[in-house]
Design a protein around this ligand. Sequence first.
Ligand SMILES: [Zn+2]
Length: 85
Amino acid sequence: MGFEKREVLLIVGVIFLMVGMIPFVAPVYAMLVAAAVYLGMRLFVKKRKQQIQKDIGEGVCAVCGSKISQKQCPLCDKPEPEKGA
Ligand SMILES: [Zn+2]
C-alpha cells in the first residue's frame, strides 16, 4: 500500500478537523463529517489526476506541437480537403 505524502497530509488535516469539531458536535458526527471530507478530497484528487492525465496523456504533435486529442493533431490530422473540385 503506497501512501503518498499528500495522502498523509490529507489524513492529518482530516484528523485535526475531526478533533476541532468534537467540542461542538457529537464525536460520531465529527467522525462522519471527517470521513465525508476525506472521501470527497480523495475523489477530487482522483478526478483531478484523471483530468490532468487526459490533458497531457496523449502528448503533443511531433510536427507542430499541438496537443493531441483523440489520437489526432487538431492541425495536422485534419481531413484532407477534397482535391480537384
Ligand atoms: Zn500537428
